[in-house]
Design a protein around this ligand. Structure first.
Ligand SMILES: *[C@@H]1O[C@H](CO)[C@@H](O)[C@H](O)[C@H]1NC(C)=O
Length: 449
């Protein structure tokens, strides 16, 4: 059955004087629920490196507004994944094991301050608004466990292939397990655990290098350790700087395929455009425009920080690369007087200022909920990008990005129920839309309930 969304010209007077509808711009979108693809885990952000504190230190109305924008599915984005950083020592400012116990087998002296750089507070605030997944990720092991003796500037975990500085793999696995237990002690179940961040990149902040083989060496120790502790946590690997770098690590991980759960990558050095050679869920766990200056627009030139750019990147990752999650770097931050686009919401001066990137993320996140299955949707053309998702409550979200310079009228088939439509564009921020015209340079969701 064909459901044509009210394609009614506003009045007969207008209809008489309006030019004939250009058939090339009327697009039939055929949704096909019998074709099923990946299951979605959701969308999210991080507030690591002190940005949880940026929210906590806001005045109460601004603080509530920011938390609602990020985590409330009715009034904001309803992000379902929060990526917390596991402090590694001096270069991240904190760690649960600041000092070496002297040797790998010596008893560690763990410290837990209950705040974890305000990430405990933030996680609790997000959970009250419905947060589903808590991804705790370590940028590096503590320096005393590594070849270079520091938690910054790369270096390798002692004990993996190619190192000769003792074997700290069990100590690092114990440390990560302790961190998960510390969160449990304050009522928070970490759902996903990672032990690397950009292992193909050496930098002056917290970083640790690893090949796929070296990551496999460690997963062989971490997986049984987490299991023996009775923790129900999924393991990820490896948060490489980009899709190509992460792809190159996968062959080295073949021997531990049954021991980890999610393939994670960042989107800096390259974006995902095809699926990984893996049957696991794929998550884009960090990406941002770090070089452009703060940009709130949806579309002016197609610049790296604009909303349309991110609407398209998410579409490509979900549709062409079958990803299950897509996270931006920071959600909200006060980055001073000349911020880049490293966050979705600017908090400078205590003013909560969402960019159009934020509203684009919100439009994906609010209507494509965790557990949704991507289903068939035809009708794309050079200007229109089309996808459809069946949520666990039975609702179907049809996502239409019009990247072209003229409006397109859509006619959607294969869906039941009544559609509500929502739009983000240069003029709108996830507002209700009536009719079936998808304006030039806009993202429109048709939600069938
Ligand atoms: C390092 O320790 C782990 C955990 O005990 C062990 O499985 C692994 O074989 C050791 N590695 C080497 C190179 O001895």
């Amino acid at each position: 059955m064909l459901f044509t969304l009210a394609l009614v010209l506003a009045s007969s007077k207008v209809a008489l004087s309006a030019p004939a509808l250009d058939a090339r711009q009327t697009v039939t979108i055929a949704v096909d629920a019998s074709k099923t693809y990946q299951t979605i885990d959701g969308f999210g952000i991080s507030q690591f490196y002190g940005r949880a504190g940026n929210i906590k230190s806001l005045a109460s109305a601004a603080q509530k507004k920011t938390l609602d924008l990020l985590f409330d599915p009715a009034t904001g984005a309803g992000f379902s994944i929060l990526r917390n950083g596991i402090g590694s020592g001096p270069s991240s400012g904190f760690s649960i094991e600041p000092n070496s116990p002297g040797s790998p087998s010596a008893a560690p002296k763990y410290q837990w301050d209950g705040a974890d750089n305000d990430q405990v507070w933030l996680t609790q605030q997000a959970k009250t608004r419905g947060l589903k997944y808590i991804y705790a990720d370590a940028w590096s092991a503590p320096g005393f466990m590594k070849t270079n003796g520091k938690d910054s500037n790369g270096g390798y975990l002692c004990g993996v292939t190619g190192t000769s500085c003792g074997n700290w793999t069990q100590a690092y696995a114990n440390y990560l397990t302790q961190y998960v237990k510390d969160y449990k002690s304050v009522g928070i179940d970490i759902t996903h655990l990672g032990f690397l961040n950009e292992p193909d990149y050496t930098t002056a902040y917290s970083s640790m290098l690893s090949s796929g083989q070296q990551a496999a060496d460690f997963i062989k120790v971490l997986a049984p350790t987490v299991k023996a502790a009775g923790l129900d946590v999924k393991l990820t690997c490896c948060d490489a700087t980009g899709y190509t770098a992460q792809s190159k690590m996968l062959p080295g991980l073949a021997t531990v395929d049954s021991l980890f759960d999610v393939v994670t990558t960042h989107g800096y050095s390259s974006d995902p455009t095809t699926p990984f050679a893996s049957s696991k869920h794929a998550w884009m766990t960090e990406t941002a425009d770090l070089s452009g200056k703060w940009d709130i627009s949806y579309y002016t030139t197609g610049a790296a920080g604009e909303g349309q750019t991110w609407a398209e990147k998410i579409h490509t990752a979900l549709v062409d690369a079958s990803f299950s999650a897509y996270l931006y770097w920071e959600g909200a931050e006060d980055a001073g007087t000349s911020p880049t686009n490293s966050a979705l919401i600017n908090l400078h001066g205590g003013v909560v200022a969402p960019s159009k990137r934020f509203w684009v993320y919100a439009q994906w996140s609010r209507f494509v909920r965790p557990g949704a299955v991507r289903i068939g949707a035809s009708g794309a053309n050079t200007a229109l990008k089309v996808s459809a998702f069946k949520n666990t409550d039975g609702s179907v979200a049809v996502q239409v990005l019009n990247t072209g310079a003229s409006a397109a009228t859509v006619s959607i088939s294969g869906v039941k129920g009544t559609a509500s439509a929502y739009i983000t564009s240069e003029s709108y921020e996830l507002d209700s839309l009536s009719g079936s015209s998808v304006p030039a340079h806009s993202m429109v969701t048709f939600l069938y309930k």
